[in-house]
Design a protein around this ligand. Structure first.
Ligand SMILES: NC(=O)C1=CN([C@@H]2O[C@H](COP(=O)(O)OP(=O)(O)OC[C@H]3O[C@@H](n4cnc5c(N)ncnc54)[C@H](OP(=O)(O)O)[C@@H]3O)[C@@H](O)[C@H]2O)C=CC1
Ligand SMILES: O=C(O)[C@@H]1CCC=N1
Length: 273
């Protein structure tokens, strides 16, 4: 089983790092660095990722496409037309093509290959960078030409570095925002919480450790208990206590509306890609 990556940037390397961190079994055999081949635009990236992961790299996208059983398209959406034009006759009917691009529909990608979605083994995925530490959450949307075994292979690959959730295509832009992009918002939140603690006198490194641990622990509490986030918030707010003062400060600044608008902005942008 060969997995090919066209594009070895932030997201592809988070996936590769996640896959190689623990032993992943794909279709009965353990996946190793020797099973991965990738291409990137610049020599600097190819050398850096070959050294970081021990994977094979090449300047030729066609070589990756021809070698891969599962081909992950991990370039920016704007480069899809030129990359697919370059590789399309090197991708045969046996290749499972996985796109991780935001916004690009199954129909659009299949059209770039000059094929119909029914006649192509094509799956859209929306991963996120916590994949790098086995805490990813990937939306998986199989095209109509993908077999059940393709979906299962893709889900087990994505589960090798976190959760994988199968969703219909109409929800992919929302998933792109709430899973793909939201880590950026969460990192901003962690940074801001830590800045507040630094302002109150805490050393910077300790502030990041407290803020990140509190965010990770709170997320785990939501996932493991299944309780409503509002209930869990209420549990923290002692009557007449300190937390409710902080909650009010966030409400005054329209914190929740700002978070909703961030998701809406990502969805709106995805629809233009
Ligand atoms: N970053 C994220 O958190 C997420 C990203 N995505 C999706 O992943 C995709 C990649 O994003 P991201 O990793 O952030 O982008 P990066 O800019 O970090 O990486 C893009 C990669 O594509 C390579 N590349 C550019 N042009 C070509 C080409 N013609 N042939 C081969 N390789 C090429 C670049 O090479 P070089 O390094 O040499 O310039 C680079 O390695 C996008 O479609 C995005 O929507 C999805 C979910 C989350
Ligand atoms: O910013 C982007 O376009 C990509 C898609 C989701 C996360 N990063």
């Amino acid at each position: 089983m060969k997995i090919g990556f066209i594009g070895l940037g932030n997201m592809a390397t988070a996936i590769i790092g996640g896959m190689l961190r623990d032993e992943v079994v794909v279709q009965g055999s353990p996946l190793t660095a020797a099973d991965i081949i990738g291409s990137a635009k610049t020599e600097a990236t190819r050398t850096a990722q070959a050294e970081a992961f021990g994977i094979a790299t090449t300047a030729s996208n066609r070589e990756v496409a021809a070698a891969a059983d599962i081909l992950v398209l991990a370039v920016k959406p704007v480069f899809f037309p030129e990359v697919i034009a370059e590789i399309r006759d090197a991708v045969d009917d046996d290749t499972l093509v996985v796109s991780i691009a935001a916004g690009l529909t199954l129909e659009r990608i299949a059209a770039l290959f000059g094929r119909d979605t029914n006649a192509m083994r094509l799956i859209r995925c929306m991963p996120n960078t916590p994949a790098l530490v086995n805490a990813g959450c990937t939306a998986v949307c199989p095209g109509p030409g993908a077999a059940e075994a393709d979906e299962a292979a893709c889900v087990s690959l994505m589960e090798s570095f976190g959760r994988a959730i199968v969703i219909p295509e109409r929800l992919m832009d929302a998933a792109s925002a709430v899973a793909g992009s939201s880590p950026a918002f969460v990192f901003m939140f962690i940074e801001a919480l830590a800045d507040g603690a630094v302002e109150a006198g805490m050393p910077r490194a300790q502030a990041y450790e407290f803020a990140a641990s509190a965010v990770a622990g709170s997320a785990q509490l939501v996932l493991e208990t299944g309780r409503h986030p509002g209930d869990l918030k209420d549990m923290v707010c002692s009557p007449g206590g300190t937390t409710i003062e902080g909650v009010k400060a966030l409400e005054v600044r329209a914190f929740r509306a700002a978070a909703m608008e961030a998701v809406e902005a990502c969805v709106a942008k995805a629809r233009t890609l």
